[in-house]
Design a protein around this ligand. Sequence first.
Ligand code: 16G
Length: 238
Amino acid sequence: MIDKTSPIPIYYQLEQQIKTMIENKEWMPGDLVPSEREFSEKYQISRMTVRQAINNLVQMGLLDRKQGRGTFVSDQKIEKRGLTSFSEDMLERGMTPSSELLDFKVIPATAAIAQDLHIKESDPVYEIKRVRLADGVPMALETNYISADLVPGITEDLLNQSIYQFIQEKLNLSITHASQSIEASVVDNVEAEYLQIPKGAPTLFIQRIAMLENNVPIETVKSLYRADRYKFMIDLKR
Ligand code: 16G
């Protein structure tokens, strides 16, 4: 129902209704949603108003516009929980992880990196920039800094695979805990290109320092995850 006498804007009312239908699973991922004309006739509202609601839902990642085919309910967001790696997350969902290597070099640690990794400024660290993909679709853009003294032997070949797996299985080091922050962000031109999303699309900017059992930091990472494909689940205890 749309209430035209309400102070709540009509496009917003429609937006909320569509959102509720998706949340209640009345509309499922992959379902074709009615056209602008159908919505406008059903609710006796202008097509402009319908367009505004649909545009917002597309921007939020709840709907997906497919050229010449219509607008569809998007796939459910991937729920990320716990101290897992990108590769583990994807394999767990039956998808194939891969990476496009953008940059790989050893650099002297900056003051900030040295502080994160508990090493000395100018100590050697790997700088690894990768686009992370699931079934060939870009999901995240990631820059890792890892102490080259602590984790010897990282090579370019290895970087299409899991760094966590290498650290755990080849070096026998156990990543046990991490501290992480998550901030809202939007992509600039370059990031939009790598992630194949529109400029200005929402992302989650995540910084993580992962640690070994003995509290030694093993990596400091900045990740930009697509907000239309991810949601982070946090278990709270009181
Ligand atoms: C995840 C981690 C990142 C870690 C990477 C290792 C988040 C927000 N970030 O993307 O910190 O470096 O996995 O992935 O979860 P890999 O083992 O597949 O290389």
